[in-house]
Design a protein around this ligand. Structure first.
Ligand code: NI
Length: 206
């Protein structure tokens, strides 16, 4: 795809992230999400990287276990009241519209709340959405590392009236290629059919 278009998608996503998270541009810049090398130009730093996490069936998995598959990577938490379920539902429905091509795509739901999201909880949760979806959890350190590699924002938010805490988090869906490299990112709120169309463009016509 045209790099100009990819850049617009990324920048648009960044704007959404900044608004949703309530953090300033300079913080994003500081975090390395934006790399302003020259006035008027914005380049995106590489997104993604190696990880070693625990799948919802208890297996230890790494990024290399998914080579050969397109990945749809989403960061969230199972206690999320509406954003995560909406995003995961959209991903699942889009996959169903791809038909057999969906077998080339692996949706990964990575929790940014590993203190509560045990493998068992993740197993029950991803089963609500799609049979191909894998839930990943891990130590707080490992989760922080993978979230950082994907530039995924997350922060604990106290619950109201002493209720359970929530997690504020960015809501991107990242598409990674079979070689593990970043391809593009989709914003929260994308229509199911639009996501399916976008995925068809990336999937080989075989
Ligand atoms: Ni959420």
């Amino acid at each position: 795809m045209a790099s100009g278009r990819l850049l617009r998608v990324l920048v648009g996503g960044v704007v959404g992230l900044a608004a949703a998270a309530g953090i300033a541009w300079f913080q994003l810049d500081h975090a390395g999400l934006l790399d302003t090398e020259a006035p008027g130009t914005v380049t995106a730093a590489p997104i993604g990287g190696p990880f070693r996490l625990t799948a919802h069936d208890g297996r230890t998995v790494t990024d290399e276990d998914f080579r050969g598959e397109f990945l749809l990577v989403y960061f969230g938490f199972t206690y999320c009241p509406d954003v995560c379920p909406t995003s995961l539902y959209t991903i699942s429905q889009a996959l169903d519209r791809l038909g057999p091509a969906a077998e080339r795509v692996r949706p990964l739901f990575i929790t940014i709340d590993p203190e509560r999201d045990t493998p068992e909880l993740m197993a029950n949760y991803v089963a609500l959405f799609h049979e191909r979806m894998i839930g990943l959890t891990g130590s707080r350190e490992d989760i922080n590392a993978v979230a950082k590699a994907y530039r995924a924002y997350h922060a604990k938010v106290p619950g109201e009236d002493g209720g359970p805490y929530l997690m504020d988090h960015s809501t991107f869906t990242y598409l990674m290629g079979p070689d593990g490299k970043f391809l593009t990112v989709f914003s929260h709120g994308i229509e199911i059919e639009t996501l399916a169309e976008q995925l068809r463009r990336y999937l080989p016509q075989t």
